[in-house]
Design a protein around this ligand. Structure first.
Ligand code: T3D
Length: 264
């Protein structure tokens, strides 16, 4: 296991498992944790062996968002430039997750609050422990939902629910999050990690280019007309059709055997 104080990373069966590791602070983000996570995601993006990423948290929380202990101000202090924090840390992180050409699974092991909730929601498939909850905590401290939250939430669950969650900061239980379509599944606490690992391993054994293109297409769709998007599908399918994995997928189907995808 490669270890840094604030983020752990472990490789097995084609899956890079990345664990936010500041449990005493409910895995709240400081600068060190941002930089460590960025480094592990960049390594996962670059590694040919890594074909899926699993993101989770150590201890009882997934992530409580920004470390507010770093944000305390005296009355005499000038107001902070939070735009800088977003531009330097959160925005690159969300872009990095969305651009990663491999599936990113998030196992939300406990409370996900503030930017912590929205980082989870930016992942491709979100599983959560039944005891976990999602909190758009920003309004409680006078902020707006960041880390992509004000974009993702209305798209995932509609404007009415998105606004209510953001304006009230009411916790949303994992099962309701799943029922609303905010996440993929809520699972019993004691089976979350096993199921997340099984899913990540399954995706790591998939046709990596096809999965990456699928992710990209889904993400682009909201900003395109059907006409534009049909062209994008044509180009992506052309690319997928040129992979070894497509050849293998068709051969495996015809030979009535499981496909052995190489990720090429
Ligand atoms: O730069 C910028 O600020 C811009 C970017 C902003 C992005 C954001 O994420 S803003 C939103 C920041 N997050 C929050 O407002 C959430 C704050 N935390 C909470 O509301 C609660 O802790 C939870 C609902 C997440 C969990 O509640 P509970 O009762 O299970 O735990 P707790 O007792 O509140 O927390 C346990 C410990 O973790 C506690 O420390 P202690 O008393 O044991 O020494 C608490 O202070 C600490 N902790 C929890 N969240 C944070 C935190 N410490 C620093 N920062 C936190 N965000």
């Amino acid at each position: 296991m490669t270890e840094s104080p604030s983020v752990l990373s472990e490789f097995k069966d084609g899956v890079q498992t990345i664990t936010l590791n500041r449990p005493d602070r409910l895995n709240a983000f400081n600068e060190d944790m941002h930089l460590a996570l960025r480094g592990h995601l960049a390594a996962a993006a670059k590694s040919v062996e890594t074909r899926a990423v699993l993101l989770t948290g150590a201890g009882r929380a997934f992530c409580a968002g920004q470390d507010l202990a770093d944000e305390q101000m005296d009355a005499a202090d000038a107001p902070p430039d939070l735009g800088y924090t977003l531009e330097t840390f959160y925005n690159p992180l969300i872009r990095q997750i969305r651009a990663l050409e491999k599936p990113v699974i998030c196992a939300v092991n406990g409370v996900a609050a503030g930017a912590g909730a929205n980082i989870a929601l930016a992942c491709d498939i979100v599983l959560a422990a039944q005891s976990a909850k999602f909190i758009q905590a920003f309004s409680k401290i006078g902020l707006i939902p960041d880390a992509g939250g004000s974009w993702l939430l209305p798209r995932l669950i509609g404007e009415a629910r998105a606004k209510a969650l953001a304006l009230t900061a009411e916790p949303l239980q994992a099962q309701s999050a799943a029922d609303w379509g905010l996440i993929w599944k809520a699972l019993p606490d004691d089976s979350l990690m096993e199921e997340a690992q099984t899913l990540a391993k399954q995706l790591a054994g998939g046709a990596t280019t096809g999965l990456a293109l699928t992710k990209q297409l889904m993400q682009e769709a909201a900003g395109q007309s059907l006409d534009e998007h049909l062209d994008r599908e044509r180009d992506a399918q052309q690319q997928a059709g040129r992979t070894n994995d497509y050849r293998e997928g068709v051969a495996a189907f015809m030979e009535k055997r499981p496909a052995r995808f190489s990720g090429t």
